[in-house]
Design a protein around this ligand. Structure first.
Ligand code: AMP
Length: 117
């Protein structure tokens, strides 16, 4: 993979650009979305850049997907009241802009017309 092909999330994982990191394991990182669309808006991102969509991830590594869901719950417990929405945009026409699979964890009162509204 060339330098130009690396996603912005790979650069965050490698500490090349800053992010407000809230949780990290050997396989996953979570950080605040730079343009939050809810009072709590955190991205949960597998460290591997191998998968673009949640479908690819689910087919190839369901255990890693389950780890992401577990982290989402833990973040919602810590940062909100435990309830949350989990959004995976899959494909450009569905709003995906970063082609490195990631989950949006949204909690709190959501604005009308947001990606999760
Ligand atoms: P998606 O549109 O589902 O691909 O989501 C990509 C998300 O990444 C958007 O909600 C962006 O606001 C967010 N984002 C882009 N660049 C950064 C960054 N440097 N730090 C944190 N979040 C980012």
């Amino acid at each position: 993979m060339t330098e130009e092909d690396r996603s912005i999330f790979s650069r965050i994982i490698d500490r090349e650009i800053p992010a407000r990191i809230v949780a990290e394991t050997e396989t996953i990182i979570a950080f605040h979305d730079v343009a939050p669309q809810a009072p709590v808006h955190v991205l949960v991102v597998p460290k591997t850049a191998q998968y673009v969509t949640v479908n690819e991830l689910a087919a190839a590594d369901p255990g890693l997907l389950a780890e992401m869901v577990k982290m989402a719950q833990s973040l919602a417990d810590d940062l909100a009241q435990g309830d949350y929405r989990l959004v995976f945009n899959s494909g450009a026409s569905a709003g995906q802009t970063v082609f490195h699979v990631h989950a949006h964890v949204l909690a709190g009162a959501l604005e009308e017309g947001t990606l999760a509204g």
